[in-house]
Design a protein around this ligand. Structure first.
Ligand code: CAA
Length: 246
């Protein structure tokens, strides 16, 4: 079998779709998880039309048991997960003084606790096989904070803490663990930000435009490649220059 078995969570979203497509075009077998069957069917049909080796599995990243079952099913159908991209994410924006408890929990469960739920069932296999690639898709807002995103920024910052710890624990097993932190990319998530707010954000981007999902996918493909074997624990910011913290 050529290529590796890949799991990209939340593959039906804007950045997720671009990552799935890019890795499948490189010859990998790509699994993705979904929660909404109606959306997943149409998405899967589009991937098949492009002749890509893409497979969809029902799985709720906020639920450990669902992720354990999904990992078993992927292993049966495609082989054990060798490359994992923790990409699934949601927003429930509100200033903290207006934020409900559920808005906090939904975002932390789906964006941060998911990293444990999805990674835990596959990490032992990667260690046994002495090879693995794990990438967390975080956010510029995990690095700089954002008005209205205490939940999201906290979860996204937490993802990189997860990355750095896992990188240390697994380096001697041939496993690299990195974070990619996209800025504002033209996806449904960003287009849902009120237009006048979005325009102010774009005005802060030196490149003068939103990012393209493919620009994020390209970086992920680089990090999961064979040649990136010495890059681990890194946080790659891709944000058109909006935040240049170092
Ligand atoms: N800085 C300072 N003050 C701000 C502000 C900001 N960035 N944004 C809003 N405010 C202030 C307003 O000026 C206003 O102040 P006054 O009451 O004193 O006039 C107050 O906050 C209320 O603002 P809104 O009318 O906008 O209030 P709201 O409660 O309806 O909405 C919000 C607040 C949800 C934060 C809304 O402004 C918003 O959606 N902002 C965008 C948040 C954002 O960038 N989300 C990113 C989503 S995409 C993503 O997350 C992908 C990724 O990784 C990059």
């Amino acid at each position: 079998m050529n290529g590796r078995t890949v799991l990209v969570t939340g593959g039906t979203g804007g950045i997720g779709t671009a990552i799935v497509r890019h890795l499948a075009r490189l010859g990998h077998r790509v699994a993705t998880s979904f929660r909404d069957p109606a959306k997943a069917d149409a998405w899967g049909a589009a991937m098949t039309e492009e002749d890509l080796d893409v497979h969809i599995f029902q799985g709720d990243v906020s639920d450990l048991h669902s992720c354990e079952a999904m990992a078993r099913e992927i292993e049966t159908r495609l082989g054990p997960v060798e490359i994992l991209v923790n990409n699934a994410g949601i927003t429930r924006d509100a200033a903290l003084h207006k934020m409900g408890h559920q808005q906090w929990l939904d975002v932390v469960n789906t964006n941060l606790n998911a990293c444990f739920n999805v990674t835990r069932p596959v990490i032992e296999g990667m260690r046994r096989r002495q090879w693995g690639r794990i990438v967390q898709i975080s956010s510029i807002n995990g690095q700089k904070g954002q008005y209205g995103q205490a939940n999201y920024a906290a979860a996204k910052a937490g993802m990189h803490g997860f990355t750095m710890s896992l990188a240390q624990e697994n380096a001697k097993f041939g496993i690299t663990v990195n974070t990619v932190s996209p800025g504002y990319v033209a996806t449904d998530m960003v287009m849902a930000v009120p237009e006048e707010v979005r325009e102010k954000i774009v005005a802060q981007i030196p490149m003068g435009r939103l990012g393209k999902p493919e620009e994020i996918a390209h970086a992920v493909a680089f990090l999961v490649g064979e040649d990136a074997a010495w890059i681990t624990g890194a946080n790659l910011a891709i944000n058109g220059g909006q935040d240049m913290g170092w």
